[in-house]
Design a protein around this ligand. Sequence first.
Ligand SMILES: Cc1cc2nc3c(=O)[nH]c(=O)nc-3n(C[C@H](O)[C@H](O)[C@H](O)COP(=O)(O)OP(=O)(O)OC[C@H]3O[C@@H](n4cnc5c(N)ncnc54)[C@H](O)[C@@H]3O)c2cc1C
Length: 467
Amino acid sequence: MKRVAIAGAGIGGLSAAARLAKRGYLVDVYEKNSVAGGKATERLVTTPAGRFRWDCGPSLLTMPHLLEELFAFCDERLEDHLTLHRIDTSCRYHWTDGTVIDENSSFWNLPPVRHYLDYARGLYELSAPAFLERAPRDWWKAFNADLLTHLKHLPKFMNLQSMAELNRSFFEDPHLCQIFDRFATYNGSSPFRTLSTFAIIPYVEAEFGAWYPEGGIARIPDALVNLARRQGVRFHFNHEVTDLDDLEADVRLCNGDIITAHQKWLPESVAGHDMLNHDLACSGWIMLLGLKKRFPRLEHHNILFSDHYRQEFDDIFSRRRLPAEPTIYIASTSKHPKSTDAPEGCENWFVMVNAPAVAPLERKGYEQVVFDRLRAFGVTLAPDDILHQESFSAEEFATRHNAWKGSLYGWASHSIATALFRPPMQHPHHQDLYFTGGTTHPGGGIPLVLLSGKIASDMIASDVPPL
Ligand SMILES: Cc1cc2nc3c(=O)[nH]c(=O)nc-3n(C[C@H](O)[C@H](O)[C@H](O)COP(=O)(O)OP(=O)(O)OC[C@H]3O[C@@H](n4cnc5c(N)ncnc54)[C@H](O)[C@@H]3O)c2cc1C
């Protein structure tokens, strides 16, 4: 049997591990932390009022069929291991002018929104088979009669408008523009700098819905570790790989941050220098709050928008500081009827502000900036309401997950090159070294890293058959 050594048990690494073991490889996963899941981690805290739980990374799942497909590949059924609930309102958007918009089926059916989604569907139908679901080296294999019918959408990929410009060509209402601008942050980019092709992101959310796994997002890596173990994968926790050349195997697969890998774990690599010549995707400033109060005006997922959105992205990407007037994301899983993440009468808030990838990041006193901003929306938190409060930022992502400068997705998609070509999944000089995860192809976010693991497994199976 051929041996595969995987550095990192993030969702991409786990997706690849289960598939490779199923294909007949002997797979060892080396993970620097004591648990799997990487950025999809959770936090549990017991207060005098009871136990709180927070997902500390991803909070929203879409494209659940990719999880189903992974389990089916291993001859199992996802529903035997994970219960997923579709959320009717995937996000509630708030503005200081009092406007509140719920992202639900009525929203997606508004005529201008439908028109936008029709445009974006073409982008998805062409890019999914040719780009998202396969290695760039194999793009030509996507050609078939079905794909030919979608080639008419190719000019949309030549549209060099920014996402913000595209949105303004579809919507007159500034609130709608801001909602659709915000999807650029799903891959850590600025809507004013990223290409209009990323209109795919809202299309995916509209088409495949927003989902909540019972018990929290952290149950996804739990289910994947168990799946991988049943396929024979061996896990080695608390084992940090400091030199990828030390991994003794026929094939090495790195699920850690690809920029960090080229800078630190491949000392003789020459490819590393190119890695640093691009904008980094943003990091996050996170605050976990355990609250002794309920907030009926808030939904499970909420965005409280900045009044000065462009300035916010200038702060992050040009001035490289925390936004003076942030857009605030609040996710509270305790709002879900199936949740036990907060004691009775309490809420667990995961508060996130987009932050520059600069580790360590100067963030002294930023909690107060956020509390003041919440007050502008009529959300007031008295000290007595707070049972638990902690915050962390780029430094935590850098130290805990080895994310380069704390960037959540490696490169931002701010140029044609970085929007269309992610760092390659196979090392140009070390042919037995592959990469998978959110910093390589096809990109970040749970669905794309599940695909990344699948693509890595396909590449390895084609280059180095298991027996
Ligand atoms: C705050 C936040 C919010 C997010 N929100 C969403 C969301 O709502 N929806 C969504 O779909 N996605 C979201 N994402 C993105 C999503 O979480 C990631 O893209 C995805 O989980 C990354 O998976 P990955 O396979 O790249 O691995 P990672 O999660 O990056 O994990 C890599 C693993 O490798 C390990 N490792 C690193 N270096 C080494 C080494 N040298 N040796 C051994 N092990 C090593 C790390 O410890 C880690 O466990 C969010 C991310 C964050 C941080």
